[in-house]
Design a protein around this ligand. Structure first.
Ligand code: FAD
Length: 411
């Protein structure tokens, strides 16, 4: 009987467990997670904060699922060491779990800055369901302004969630536009306007410099010389995998754990998937960490299948994220920023609030930014992964029909 150990009960870990069970009915599967809650929809933490998702809607599966699938789910258990030589991991309790195949589906942790002091109760980050419960407690305890630091996807959805609780929200972003890696100025302005209509004030090109505790609140000083006082300051400036567990294991990592097309690390019988992994991106030719729920599910499934002795190698990772900001559906795929040798093919319908930008390089689609109408995103993603030919003219006829068109070539 093969022994599988999975560290992390997020979408990557759980879809891996399911894939293993589908291929290996007899194997022993242990999933270890430090979280107190059984696996849940992390993607719904913002709607949970908003009050739109209930406790009952949060779990990924009913409790019976784990027994039915014969998955030994160990919650509130922390893996503290990996011992590849012994093919075993150690838990904080001292217990040692031997494995024939090990998956590291560790996820990622919020990034914080030097001024972040977790002993100041007003300062918070959101990664777990428990974090979200604490935020709800604070968000519903008073009426003053809330500050969200970070104008990326997470900052935007959390700002919206808090606004739904009736709190005035100020969002501070150090870059000149929202979601800077994916948006351009036009998309950023469209979403800023929508946020404004909802009562969320966006402050661009501003950073927090100093935070001082003052009883129940925090007093923030900013680079623009402003001082803000709030009892709830949510920091959402990004996430990064916590790789301390790899120390001394020989497992290669960069920003994330480096994996091949079958989710294998360089160490035999150890795999990685999800936010903690860094996989090949055919568009940039680099290895990238992609922090995305669907991608974690896909990668976990592949990892599980390969751990159980099967699998078809993946084509790689295309950075992608789709969200709804204040009722506007937005999707960003691949490389959306202008770079030399690219042609930007843009379609607009101002009256309908639609903006679609495709980035084409050497007759290949390498990026897409879709605001207000995200149709065709699945096909675009496939076109990017397959490297299928697509000229600017094709881009217009396939994906931008009915829109006012513009084409610009970046020298
Ligand atoms: C508020 C919020 C909203 C989001 N919304 C979206 C969205 O709308 N769309 C989208 O695509 N993505 C969204 N994401 C991102 C998405 O949730 C992640 O990309 C996804 O959860 C990654 O899955 P994973 O399995 O790799 O890691 P995770 O879901 O982070 O799971 C990893 C697990 O590993 C456990 N773990 C780590 N180290 C150890 C250890 N040493 N011992 C034991 N357990 C350990 C952790 O406790 C954790 O439960 C959102 C994230 C947040 C926080």
């Amino acid at each position: 009987m093969k022994r599988y150990v999975i560290v992390g009960g997020g979408p990557a870990g759980i879809s891996a467990a399911q894939a293993i069970r589908a291929k290996d009915p007899d194997g022993a599967i242990v999933v270890v997670d430090r979280d107190q809650d059984p696996p849940y929809y992390r993607t719904e933490l913002d709607t949970y904060i908003a009050g739109a998702t209930s406790d009952a809607e949060m779990p990924l599966h009913p409790p019976s699922f784990y027994a039915e699938q014969r998955i030994d789910l160990r919650l509130q258990s922390v893996v503290t060491a990996i011992r590849p030589g012994e093919h075993a991991v150690q838990l904080s309790t001292g217990e040692v779990l031997p494995y024939d195949a090990l998956l590291l589906a560790l996820g990622a942790l919020p990034i914080t800055l030097g001024w972040f002091d977790s002993s100041i109760p007003a300062l918070m980050t959101v990664r777990t369901w428990q974090d979200a419960r604490w935020v709800v407690q604070r968000a519903t305890a008073s009426n003053g302004p809330v500050v969200v630091v970070g104008g990326g996807v997470l900052g935007l959805i959390l700002a919206e969630g808090l606004r739904e609780r009736g709190r005035p929200v100020e969002l501070i972003e150090r870059e000149a536009r929202l979601w800077a890696p994916m948006f351009d100025d036009e998309a950023s302005a469209m979403i800023t306007a929508k946020l404004g209509e909802r009562g969320i004030t966006v402050r661009l090109r501003e950073e927090i410099t100093v935070v001082e505790p003052a009883g129940n609140v925090a007093v923030l000083s900013t680079t623009n010389g402003r001082r803000l006082t709030s009892d709830l300051v949510l920091v959402a400036i990004g996430v990064k995998p916590d790789l301390t567990l790899l120390a001394g294991t020989g497992i290669r990592a960069d920003r994330g754990i480096l994996i091949d097309h079958e989710c294998r690390t360089n160490v035999p019988d150890i795999f990685a998937a999800g936010d903690a992994a860094q996989a090949y991106d055919p568009l940039s030719g680099q290895f990238r960490v992609v922090t995305n729920w669907n991608y974690a599910m896909e990668q976990g499934k592949l990892a599980g299948t390969c751990m159980a002795g099967g699998g078809a190698p993946a084509k790689g990772a295309v950075t992608s994220n789709a969200e709804t900001f204040c009722g506007v559906r937005v999707s960003g795929l691949g490389l959306t920023q202008p770079r030399p040798g690219t042609t930007l093919v843009i379609g607009r319908d101002a009256a309908k609030g639609i903006y679609r930008k495709l980035v084409v390089k050497q007759d290949r689609l390498i990026g897409a930014l879709l605001v207000g109408n995200t149709s065709g995103e699945g096909m675009m993603r496939k076109t990017m992964l397959d490297g299928a030919p697509l000229t600017p003219a094709d881009a217009k006829s396939r994906f931008l029909t009915g829109l006012v068109l513009e084409e610009t070539t970046v020298a």
